[in-house]
Design a protein around this ligand. Sequence first.
Ligand SMILES: *Cc1c(COP(=O)(O)O)cnc(C)c1O
Length: 419
Amino acid sequence: MRKTLPFTKKQIVEIIKNFETPFHIYDEKAIVENAIKLNKAFSWNKGFREYFAVKALPNPYILEIMKRQGFGADCSSYAELILAQKVGLKGEDIMFTSNDAAAKEYIKAKDLGAIINLDDISHIEFLKEHAGIPDIICFRYNPGKLRKGNAIIGKPEEAKYGLTRDQLFKAYKIMKQKGVKRFGLHTMIASNELNPQYFVDTANMLFDLILEINKTLGITFEFINIGGGIGIPYREDQKPVDLSLLSRKIERIYKEKIVKNNLHPLKLFMENGRMITGPYGYLVTTVLHKKDTYKNYVGLDASMANLMRPGMYGAYHHITVMGKSKKDKTKIYDVTGSLCENNDKFAIDRRLPKVDIGDILVIHDTGAHGHAMGFNYNGKLRSAELLLKPNGKAVLIRRAETVDDYFKTIDFRTLGRQI
Ligand SMILES: *Cc1c(COP(=O)(O)O)cnc(C)c1O
């Protein structure tokens, strides 16, 4: 899909006058339109709900947009639970997908009335001891060798997540004996997957499984959660997942398996992060230096601390040089940041128009797992986040860190004394 921008060069230059680069900017209009599209695609399922994976873009102003579209929040830590609470999400608006969770996280989730999604059979006793058994419970299934995974999560049988098939039957039986009356089933086995059939197969697998568990244990399920993981076209030659096609295929199997077996209504949940906000975020940066040695380098004021994906996964992010025509892609550059790590590169051997010092470069698709994965290594301060409103105005939704923020966790007063 061809990469476009929601702002012109003139507009971004104006914005930069008020907010120093680097920053991430998110396009509210596009996020809302995309959310509406997802809800519409799955409207055949009366209980359909997207629980936005908070970790992808943990900003309350973004969560508020999600909330207005009827989305819930998928949280996996104490801080994420509080974030959901702060925007007024409550009870079953929140799903707590734990893995290796601490007692205080379960307690918070239980207090909020969130749907707790357990990652292991041994966590039943842990939950009981620390927070008590809730009325509704969900388990995360790991199909092991029955399914192929993909690059980011890896093969299911080697992934740390979820219960085996046998454990799953035991776990629901235990919960039934403990008096739980409401049940859900969850899985999440791929990330950034662009093949819609993958999610159709996942839904199909969960439909089969709840049928079997229903027959064996007499449990009726309220929902299945097919996880997140819908991919986005980071590259121009990739296509987004066709949501209405995906939905229609799942609907067909739903009719065959769920309606025919009298297990209707069954709510369908998803917990996408990337496809909800990923394509609608942009890292805006300025060129500080150019350097020609064995290769040609462009040095930005942003670094891997603002966007870790290229350095961490070798991920591709499209780059636009503002004000320069795509037709003039005559140069090949490594586009780098300033960390003392050689993998601090946004792009390697990237064909771009001739870049000059002071040019504004926009790195695309940073709306998910972008700012969220930021860090302070090398004394880098985390950047601001802006929201581009539908009227073209940019508002600050998180300020940039200052040096004072960076030192906030250290008490300098005892420095120079024996401690
Ligand atoms: C990361 C994660 C998601 C979101 O994944 P995306 O690839 O951003 O859609 C959803 N659920 C769980 C449990 C996750 O760990």
